[in-house]
Design a protein. Structure first.
Length: 78
């Protein structure tokens, strides 16, 4: 939601969205997601893995390459 302005889970009602979350059905391609870097989408995918045993943990997430990229100094600020 913070990256794209849209949640990855869709549905015609709150109940439909909750059911999509329960099933682990989401979409991060097309539309606003086209503006998101591949690295950021990779992190989102790893955080949304349905099986918690296979999902990335907090420490692993903080070590993901996207954070290193996002925290690098930006030449625009010079």
């Amino acid at each position: 939601m913070l990256l794209s302005g849209n949640p990855p889970f869709n549905g015609n009602s709150d109940l439909a969205i909750i059911e999509a979350v329960k099933r682990g059905e989401f979409e991060i391609e097309g539309g606003v997601w086209d503006e998101i870097s591949d690295s950021a989408k990779d992190l989102v995918l790893k955080m949304l893995i349905h099986n918690p045993e296979h999902r990335i943990g907090a420490q692993e997430a903080l070590s993901h390459p996207w954070f290193r990229e996002a925290l690098q100094p930006n030449d625009k600020n010079k």
